[in-house]
Design a protein around this ligand. Sequence first.
Ligand code: NAD
Ligand code: UDP
Ligand code: UDP
Length: 318
Amino acid sequence: MRKTTLVTGGAGFLGSHLCERLLNYGHEVICMDNCFTGNKENIYHLMNNPRFEFMRHDITFSLYVEVDEIYNLACPASPIHYQLDPVQTTKTSVHGAINMLGLAKRVKAKIMQASTSEVYGDPTIHPQPESYWGNVNPIGRRACYDEGKRCAETLCFDYYRQHNLPIKVARIFNTYGPRMYMHDGRVVSNFIVQALQNEPITIYGQGEQTRSFCYVDDMIEGFIRLMDTEDEFTGPVNLGNSGEFTIRELAEKVLELTGSKSELIFEPLPEDDPKQRKPETKLAQEKLGWEPKIGLEEGLPRTIEYFDAYLKGKLFDA
Ligand code: NAD
Ligand code: UDP
Ligand code: UDP
């Protein structure tokens, strides 16, 4: 059945891939974004599709549209961007969630909230199961993002309990792929761009901290499967790849795959930078029948290809 779907943050990295996938399934898609970290370039290839509509709007203000489903992705996701205007970051998560939940309630839509592994903070349990309550510094520089997302989760569950709203909370772990913003400071895009330009690879700290990297196509499949679960299933559910790598290992893989001559340089570790992160993914396997299929060996070359074309100024239909 054709549905009308609202994707907030739809001009961003994950949002643009999601819009594309939903259109391929035959749905109507309203892509709402204020283009803070997203970019119309990401959705140019969708603009001529009659079932696609782009709306420039800031989610901290109310929005009146008629939709069947809402994927709430609007929020800057990289530390340098969410720390640029931390008050706006909290507003985007908290006021944004209130507005989207209010909209969902009025039109009786299902809503999926893009939460994050950052709700676990600097975790003391490894790997992180959904039952872990986290270890977040509430007054640090990452708090605008972490606490904003935690509060958005709280709001989802209160709308669920108070108003019977069908909600789905996805805790997204580090995801990478084509259309990541080149200058947003995230580790995969930084390393690839540095390697392709033979500039030094900036490792923060000693590079012993770990992350688990999920390729974008796997993540989008997870979103869609989560939205399609029965109404009783709310999550939160971890979505991520359980392959865990140190940041140094990632740098070495990028060097190998690009054949770059870049040297590794070491810079100070940012405040509250989590030391290790890896999702426990049993719940996603059980409830969504979902498991990531694309490892770094396959996903990194695709991402390198995208950035290589982008840097050469080639229009790239990723
Ligand atoms: P992104 O920065 O590419 O996309 C976010 C989009 O939200 C951008 O297009 C931006 O312009 C838009 N936006 C920001 N503030 C807005 C506002 N006030 N009103 C309307 N639009 C606004 O980041 P992404 O990686 O695509 O992340 C998408 C979502 O997934 C975010 O909610 C993020 O927190 C979450 N997430 C992503 C990752 C990851 O590794 N990519 C990990 C965990 C969680
Ligand atoms: N809202 C919106 N679109 C709608 C319905 C509501 O943006 O179609 C916003 C509106 O700003 C409202 C918020 O969602 O303040 C919360 O709505 P809710 O109905 O839960 O609460 P109330 O209207 O009582 O504040
Ligand atoms: N990082 C790094 N060099 C960079 C960018 C990031 O060593 O140029 C590190 C960062 O300190 C963190 C990890 O890589 O430990 C992942 O950073 P990212 O910003 O991509 O995501 P997050 O910290 O939100 O997981």
